[in-house]
Design a binder for this molecule. Structure first.
Ligand code: BG6
Ligand code: MG
Length: 215
């Protein structure tokens, strides 16, 4: 742990449980398209971009659509999603996150966000979390979706640290792969059965401080 200089956090499903709202909005869209979309299928959507998520749903339903229609559907899903998250407040930050963030800062470690979401800024503002971050890389700044490591490598670059000096916290398989592909340590938030490749998996941040992390 001595060489660790930065921690990069995914947003949805790690700092706040917006993953459930993404699922609800996609499920609503899938229903309109008569596609049977399950919570198991939803694991494939975690961490990947809006358009790639739509492509996965259409693939499940065996449906091919032109780009204009796909853009309309993606916008529709996003409008529902934004409506669902409109009531987010700091009380929605997941348990233990603030204490953990403070313990990182107290150790002189930098903090970055590495999220595929174009709604990241909106969410961080609602949660009043923005000031904790030394760098924010979100869906508006990247062109390659996780498992490509672009989002995390850009974070490391902006913080002026090496990939091997970073730990990534992720709730998505694609995100764990992205961290590993970028040469970073990956800590999964969730279940070991799903996040098999992570260096460590924690159920959440309750009772976790930086000083006690063991990798
Ligand atoms: C990721 C989520 O953080 O952001 C994905 O895990 C989501 O489920 C992606 O598709 C893009 O989010 P948005 O808010 O730009 O549609
Ligand atoms: Mg996530």
């Amino acid at each position: 742990m001595d060489n660790i200089k930065a921690i990069i956090f995914d947003l949805d499903g790690v700092l706040v449980n917006t993953a459930k709202y993404h699922y609800l909005a996609w499920k609503r869209l899938a229903k309109e398209l008569n596609i049977d979309f399950t919570i198991e299928d939803n694991e494939r959507l975690k961490g990947v971009s809006r358009m790639k998520s739509l492509d996965i749903i259409l693939e499940i339903g065996n449906i091919t659509l032109d780009d204009d229609t796909k853009n309309e559907l993606a916008q529709k899903k996003n409008a529902w999603y934004v409506e669902y998250i409109s009531k987010l407040t700091p009380a929605d930050i997941l348990p233990g996150v603030i204490v953990f963030l403070k313990s990182i800062k107290a150790n002189g470690i930098k903090i970055a966000l590495g999220s595929a979401s174009k709604n990241s800024m909106l969410i961080l503002t609602k949660l009043k979390l923005k000031d904790y971050f030394d760098a924010i890389i979100d869906g508006t700044k990247v062109s390659k979706a996780k498992p490509d490591p672009e989002v995390f490598l850009k974070g490391a670059l902006e913080l002026n640290v090496l990939p091997c000096q970073c730990i990534v916290f992720e709730d998505a398989q694609a995100g764990i792969d992205a961290a590993i592909n970028g040469g970073m340590l990956a800590i999964g938030i969730g279940s070991k059965d799903i996040l098999k490749k992570a260096n460590l998996v924690l159920p959440g941040f309750s009772n976790i401080i930086f000083d006690n992390l063991e990798l």
